[in-house]
Design a protein around this ligand. Structure first.
Ligand SMILES: *Cc1c(COP(=O)(O)O)cnc(C)c1O
Length: 408
């Protein structure tokens, strides 16, 4: 059974579902591992926590970038070791930190959180000092050498002060740093210069601490093509450049681990959202094709459409992962060819915002026909308001080739 046949077969049972291609996920993971042999990768679970996808990704040696206690548990239950699970999120509850401490490495997101952890570990339950990482809001960005006000992390200057002050603390020991200041960068040169700035930041932290760091987490940044005119990041080149920076760093830091986090890169382009035509009508001259579970099942295409009402041109910022660009998703009929017609694509919710495309040319569609949306493998199912109007939720299917599926 090929991919199209697999989709047709699933569509007999489900009116809307996510279809993740395991072979493609594996190929993209391989590409990262091959090009960054000295780096350890962490998978950002929040982008797609499907159990089958987690098994695939962790099975390839990725650790976990966990954004909640539940994500820490998902990774730990799948056998990921503590030193490969990093719990990094703003505004963590202290009880979540307590429950996560034996399963993961905590990345503190504020000075207040660092102090709360210090207090927590004084209770006698933990072996002291407890090792923690700090998320830093650096004094630079991808494009400039200035920091920006941000709800994430600790401003670099304050972090350096704290490290110096607490370097001999008996309760906590800062052993690693984490930074993530941008998602969805497609310019390999900017990623390279970001990595360079990160190695320099690590050195500043080490000066403050008076010792070497055990790990540096460079965060994510590597984007994927969304718009049809986007070009894949040249990871062959980027990996080679990163290896040069790393070789220089490793001369004095043989024991320091370097992590790169990635959510979207492997699963993002490997997933599509499949939905079916439930109804069709003409209203005052416009043809509406009504699909199953659009805004509620896969929110981002509707959100992009709403943005399009405000911005005729591509806005100069990104609101990842809520909004990437005005033309980030392609809408296709599974069965191509034949006559086409101009249609609006809308969904089955009782709100007019449930509209994903206007005046697009599609093959002539009838009730029961299959339509799919691209780029649905990351921040798609996990980033959609599925509870609204208590619709049946889309299934999530990992296709492992032939008739092998993992369905959730
Ligand atoms: C969500 C998230 C990521 C993943 O980003 P991608 O752009 O999907 O690779 C990485 N790091 C942190 C801290 C995140 O919050």
């Amino acid at each position: 059974m090929d991919k199209k046949q697999a989709i047709r077969q699933l569509a007999e049972k489900y009116d809307s579902f996510y279809f993740y291609d395991n072979g493609m996920i594996l190929e993209r993971i391989e590409k990262l591992k091959k090009n960054f042999p000295d780096v350890e990768f962490l998978y950002s679970v929040k982008c797609n926590p499907h159990g089958g996808v987690l098994d695939t990704v962790f099975g390839q040696g990725f650790g976990a970038d966990a954004a909640s206690l539940n994500e820490v548990k998902m990774a730990a239950e799948r056998g990921v070791k503590k030193d490969m699970i990093y719990y990094s999120a703003p505004a963590k509850a202290i009880r979540d930190i307590e429950a996560a401490l034996d399963k993961s490495v905590i990345i503190a997101d504020s000075l207040g959180e660092l102090e709360r952890i210090r207090k927590l570990v004084q209770g006698g339950k933990f072996e002291l000092p407890v090792k923690v990482g700090v998320r830093i809001n650096p004094a630079f960005s991808y494009d400039t050498n200035e920091g920006h006000a941000n709800k994430f992390g600790v401003d670099e200057a304050a972090a350096l002060d704290y490290m110096q002050k607490m370097k001999d603390d008996s309760f906590i020991s800062i052993t690693g740093i984490h930074t993530h200041i941008k998602s969805q960068e497609l310019d390999a040169n900017k990623l390279r210069s970001y990595y360079e700035k990160m190695f320099a930041l690590a050195t500043r932290c080490e000066e403050a601490l008076g010792r070497q760091l055990e790990y540096i987490n460079l965060g994510s940044g590597i984007g994927i093509p969304f718009d049809e005119k986007d070009v894949e990041v040249d990871v062959d080149w980027l990996g080679a450049e990163e290896a040069k920076l790393m070789a220089a760093f490793k001369q004095t830091h043989a024991g320091t681990r370097v992590f790169i986090e990635s959510g979207r890169y492997a699963p993002g382009p490997s997933g599509i959202y499949v939905t079916k035509v439930m109804d069709k009508k003409v209203s005052y001259g416009k043809t509406f094709v009504l699909l199953k579970n659009t805004l509620n099942g896969f929110m981002r295409p509707s959100a992009a459409k709403m943005m399009n009402k405000y911005f005729a041109e591509e806005p100069a910022f990104s609101w990842e992962p809520m909004f990437t660009g005005l033309h980030s998703f392609q809408f296709k009929a599974l069965e191509e060819g034949g006559e086409t017609e101009k249609v609006n694509l809308a969904g089955n919710l009782c709100t007019g915002t449930d509209l994903i495309a206007e005046d697009i040319e599609m093959p002539r569609l009838e009730v029961g026909d299959i339509v799919y949306i691209t780029n649905a493998g990351a921040y798609a199912a996990s980033f959609s308001p599925m509870q609204f109007s208590s619709q049946e939720r889309p299934a999530q299917v990992l296709w492992c080739g032939g008739d092998s599926f993992v369905i959730e």
